[in-house]
Design a protein around this ligand. Structure first.
Ligand SMILES: [Zn+2]
Length: 481
């Protein structure tokens, strides 16, 4: 049964007053007016935005379809590194799912992606002294690294805590392995800030080591947990500097190596990798949408990245963003909502080691299309806390005025600044960039490691993120920005 609503009437009256009608105060007034306007029938089968949010919450938490989809993606396909057969399967999976759900204009958008392959050999140890046993070190190659020579590299080690410290090493660095051991700062409450403060070692450690004659670089894993699981991630070579192999050490291995170096500064480490980079591969972003009923050329994107690292199953990073975006649009569709503006899901390819999907999407935007906003989920499937918004002040204020409406989804605030790597390329197109901000204390326990699996995702937390995205995308579709 269609319910009566006053949404249209209130909107009109506020338009006449030339003030934005969509504020908390306006909503309070709207709900009062609802009783008086009982005879008015409107286009949407819900009486108000807060009722719509309630319905999204109820449906999402009952059906928990995001989790079922994540179970399928991680279970049947698993890790999906760009260029891999699994990434190709994920593209087909995403397209089939969107078609099955009845999304419209489901399509692939081709992009060329890098193709790095981990290989089978990843081993390291501290060479035992005088007939003693070697001491094992858990490592994994960093994405983009070259292989070691077949017999591996065996060399003395210099421990440093920054790229600058490595670059300042004198001739003593020649022929050595440079060991970057600056931990993520545990005193920062934001683990993303702690990650940002340490990750330059992973990205630039190999070139910094090679710039002073080092023969390899070992990097402390980007995690705050002390365990024996190494965390991979992308690294970059600088063209002007020779390439040397590089790997991440588990935090246990990094502590072990550091302790042993204190006792014996001349110890030697052996490590071997057989990873390689192949030619670029054709891959694709996967796109589907609900076209807008009034402004089809004005588009709100919801997205995450379909590729993942090959360690673990790419659950939190970023199977979560993929399945939340799909679920958000499914919920909107299944509730029978007809958005005024187009709401589009984009599963971006290649965020982890190239961002070709994000770049390609923005580059291929049709000239007659207006990128209104883009919402990315790429910070894990934990309890949603906020949306981070990068937009000019008036747009920010408009979105912030909806904060109380989002409270039933567990969103507590709208913060300044945010977005995501894939949608960052839409900044120049004028889109408001919005990132879903979940609780971040556990994200780097799992990030880019064998622990990034479904078992570490809570289905309710995951679903609430999808519901929050659906709510916000729908508000934008109705109100514009
Ligand atoms: Zn990610």
């Amino acid at each position: 049964m269609l319910r009566k609503s006053c949404v249209t009437i209130v909107a009109l009256s506020y338009l006449w007053l030339d003030v934005p009608f969509f504020s908390t105060a306006a909503f309070a007034q709207q709900r009062h007016t609802a009783k008086a306007a009982a005879e008015v029938t409107v286009t949407n089968p819900m009486s108000s935005y807060s009722d719509i949010v309630s319905s999204l919450v109820k449906k999402g938490l009952t059906e928990q379809q995001a989790y079922k989809n994540l179970a399928e993606l991680t279970g049947k396909i698993g890790g999906r590194l760009s260029g891999s057969p699994q990434a190709a399967k994920a593209v087909t999976w995403g397209k089939n799912l969107m078609e099955k759900l009845g999304f419209q204009n489901v399509r692939l958008q081709n992009v060329m992606v890098p193709h790095w392959v981990r290989g089978k050999v990843e081993k390291a140890w501290i060479v035992g002294r005088k007939g003693r046993k070697n001491i094992p070190l858990a490592i994994c190659a960093l994405g983009g690294s070259i292989a070691t020579p077949k017999k591996g590299i065996t060399a003395e080690v210099i421990e440093v805590h920054s790229l600058a410290e490595a670059k300042a090493l004198g001739p003593e660095a020649k022929g050595k392995i440079i060991f970057f051991n600056r931990p993520m700062d545990p005193t920062l409450v934001s683990t993303f800030a702690a990650y940002g403060g340490a990750v330059d070692q992973r990205g630039g450690g190999a070139s910094a080591a090679a710039s002073v004659g080092g023969v390899g670089a070992l990097i402390r894993s980007m995690t705050l947990v002390v365990d024996n699981v190494p965390h991979t991630g992308v690294m970059y070579y600088r063209d002007s500097i020779p390439k040397v192999p590089t790997a991440a050490l588990s935090t246990v291995a990094a502590n072990r190596l550091s302790d042993n170096l204190k006792r014996n500064p001349h110890l030697r480490v052996h490590f071997a990798l057989d990873c390689k980079t192949l030619s670029d591969v054709k891959s694709a972003n996967v796109i589907g949408e609900l076209p807008g009923t009034e402004f089809p050329n004005e588009v709100i994107v919801m997205g995450g990245h379909l590729d993942s690292w090959d360690k673990g199953k790419g659950a939190h990073d970023d199977g979560v963003g993929v399945t939340q975006s799909i679920e958000a649009l499914r919920l909107i569709k299944e509730l029978g909502l007809k958005p005024k503006r187009t709401i589009r899901v984009v599963l971006f390819m290649n965020e982890e080691n190239g961002s070709r999907g994000g770049e390609g999407y923005a580059a291929q935007l049709p000239a007659n299309e207006k990128a209104v906003a883009a919402i990315e989920s790429d910070a894990g499937g934990f309890d949603p806390r906020a949306f981070g918004v990068s937009a000019d002040s008036s747009v920010f204020q408009k979105i912030a005025s909806w904060a109380s409406l989002l409270e039933p989804t567990d969103i507590c605030s709208i913060r300044r600044g945010g977005g995501g790597e894939d949608i960052s390329y839409l900044k120049d197109k004028g889109a408001a960039l919005i990132g879903l901000v979940p609780s971040n204390q556990r994200y780097f326990d799992y990030h880019h490691s064998d622990k990034d699996v479904l078992a570490n995702v809570n289905s309710r937390e995951l679903e609430l993120g999808a519901i929050a995205m659906a709510s916000l995308a729908y508000f934008i579709s109705e109100e514009g920005l």
